[in-house]
Design a protein around this ligand. Structure first.
Ligand code: DC
Length: 239
């Protein structure tokens, strides 16, 4: 079912300083991607934003008119889809069939459908296979919902981030504003609650805390406080 050429990670010559594998899971707005990106920069690791892969698949379904509730049709679509993740001058980018979709995949339209698309086992198996391939040489930080529990259960260090709903809504509103998306608090909150519900309730690799994950509540911590906590754990675990 899987086409290993569907995705390519174009890595921009970054020297990996160690072979550690770090998994960061948690709900939307808990701060995973910010910390994963900064940790990767600090430790010379590759950052793989697995949510961006599901978002790109969702955008493709929207563009191609593929029914987001039809897992088989989505899997078939992915066989002919090229999703690339990369980094240039410290900035992450995402391409879909050669088109730069870095900003478009963050749109509210994609956000409201991505949990439906990512709920299909047929879609998840392709993504999981590719994520494992990208991580196989080590020196990586992956963030998502099922990295520590399902994609890489043997990861060296696992984190689970959480934060109060109101704090997560504030962060998403600020992010949307900075990206130029007009959204109101109530709809962002409603969508976040629904996405949390779908991501946690799905049968295939739901969002949950891995038994051996370090749980961090980021509600009242600054970015640099979270980063130094996480970096400390990674350095201690990996010597
Ligand atoms: O991290 P994010 O908000 O960009 O992720 C978008 C959606 O993708 C999220 O609602 C659920 C899905 N996702 C997933 O199911 N598994 C992952 N490893 C990453 C994301």
């Amino acid at each position: 079912m899987c086409n290993t050429d569907v995705f390519t990670f174009l890595e921009s010559g970054k020297a990996m300083s160690c072979k550690v594998v770090v998994a960061i899971d948690g709900p939307a707005g808990s701060g995973k991607s910010t910390i994963a990106r900064l940790l990767a920069q600090k430790l010379g690791l590759l950052y793989i934003d697995t949510g961006a892969m599901y978002r790109a698949a969702t955008l493709k379904a929207l563009r191609a008119g593929v029914d987001p509730t039809d897992g088989r049709a989505l899997a078939e679509m992915l066989e002919h889809t090229r999703i690339e993740l990369g980094e240039t001058n410290g900035k992450q980018w995402v391409r879909l069939d050669g088109d730069d979709v870095t900003l478009t995949i963050r749109s509210p339209e994609v956000g409201s459908l991505v949990s439906v698309v990512s709920g299909h086992p047929e879609v998840r198996s392709q993504m999981t296979q590719e994520q494992r391939r990208l991580a196989q040489s080590g020196g990586v930080v992956l963030d998502g919902r099922d990295i520590g529990t399902h994609v890489l259960p043997g990861a060296d260090v696992k984190f689970y981030f959480t934060a109060d709903l109101e704090v997560r809504v504030d962060r998403r509103l600020k992010e949307n504003h900075e990206k130029g998306f007009q959204t109101d608090r109530e709809s962002v909150k409603r969508e976040m609650i629904e996405r949390d519900r779908l991501d946690s309730a799905r049968k295939c690799a739901p969002l949950r805390v891995a038994d051996d994950a370090i749980v961090i509540d980021t509600s009242h911590l600054t970015i640099s406080e979270v980063l130094s906590l996480v970096e400390g754990y990674v350095r201690r675990r990996t010597g």
